[in-house]
Design a protein around this ligand. Structure first.
Ligand SMILES: [Zn+2]
Ligand SMILES: [Zn+2]
Length: 282
């Protein structure tokens, strides 16, 4: 069984539609795929319908933005009920965080003399979640800067006026949302944060103490050493093991569906706790 428990579709910042994502996973021999779009479950129903046609098991998931000690950290929710009141409420709250941030960026830009930033950025975002790239496009198209790079360099990048920190919920809140929605909470891609080992361990411990369920021991291709190291940390803090590609788009060999470092056969996989497994479907 090949489990890819972290992937993105066009419902967030992925390129493929949910249905196309499922087909690609199936072609890559993935037997169980979790769709884990950023702070949204809008793609789940389409993905599930396609998974039934492709004879692939689809796990409903989400990747929540959270924070720990002032840093933005991602927590994946697996096997959630996307239609539950808890999950829908969480999605609405995350959208509100992003909207508040967009309003603050717009206010800063207005103060610099760039009127109409919010309406324009919202127009560019359409149904998608509004973010700094949409403000960059506004600055370019209104002729305030030459290109996107300059927009970030002068106004939106780190340390500039439009660099507003997002006020994400803490681990406790996000884990509670996931559990209330019937799901399992996974600390995503721990190596991506480039923390010192002691800081990483402190973060994993905090996550475990608050009831987190698993650590994403494998995220894409990585060295056997790194896998062994992350496995050790998962065991140390009593967490189960998860793995996934964090796929966003075709053509990136380091993030391809079903293609990631392998795990030893006897690991304590989070998939053992999936509902379908408990009732013997998987
Ligand atoms: Zn992430
Ligand atoms: Zn991701």
């Amino acid at each position: 069984m090949l489990y890819d428990l972290h992937s993105h579709s066009s419902a967030s910042d992925g390129i493929l539609s949910p249905a196309a994502l499922v087909s690609r996973a199936s072609a890559n021999n993935v037997s169980v795929l979790a769709l884990t779009d950023h702070d949204t479950v809008a793609g789940i129903h389409e993905a599930r319908a396609q998974a039934e046609r492709e004879n692939l098991q689809l796990i409903a998931g989400i990747e929540f933005s959270s924070q720990w000690q002032g840093r933005s950290i991602h927590i994946v929710g697996l096997d959630i009920d996307p239609d539950s009141a808890a999950l829908q409420g969480a999605v609405a709250q995350q959208a509100a965080v992003r909207t508040r941030r967009a309003e603050r960026i717009a206010a800063k830009l207005e103060r610099l003399g760039f009127a109409g930033a919010l309406a324009a950025a919202q127009g560019f975002a359409g149904d998608a979640v509004i973010g700094r790239p949409h403000f960059a496009r506004f600055l370019v198209e209104a002729g305030h800067v030459k290109n996107t790079e300059q927009a970030f360099k002068k106004y939106l990048g780190a340390g500039k006026a439009g660099d507003i920190k997002q006020d994400w919920p803490d681990f406790e809140q996000v884990i509670a949302w996931i559990h209330q929605a019937g799901g399992l909470a996974v600390l995503a891609h721990p190596c991506k944060y480039k923390m010192t080992r002691s800081k990483l361990c402190a973060m994993v411990q905090a996550f475990a103490d608050l009831g987190g369920d698993a650590l994403e021991v494998v995220s894409g291709p990585q060295s056997p050493n790194q896998t062994r190291d992350m496995l050790g940390i998962a065991v140390k803090f009593g967490l189960k093991v998860s793995c996934g590609s964090d796929f966003h788009q075709p053509g990136q060999v380091w993030q391809e569906l079903g293609k990631f470092a392998s795990l030893p056969e006897d690991v304590d996989g989070i998939w053992q706790n999936f509902r379908a497994n408990r009732i013997g479907v998987l």
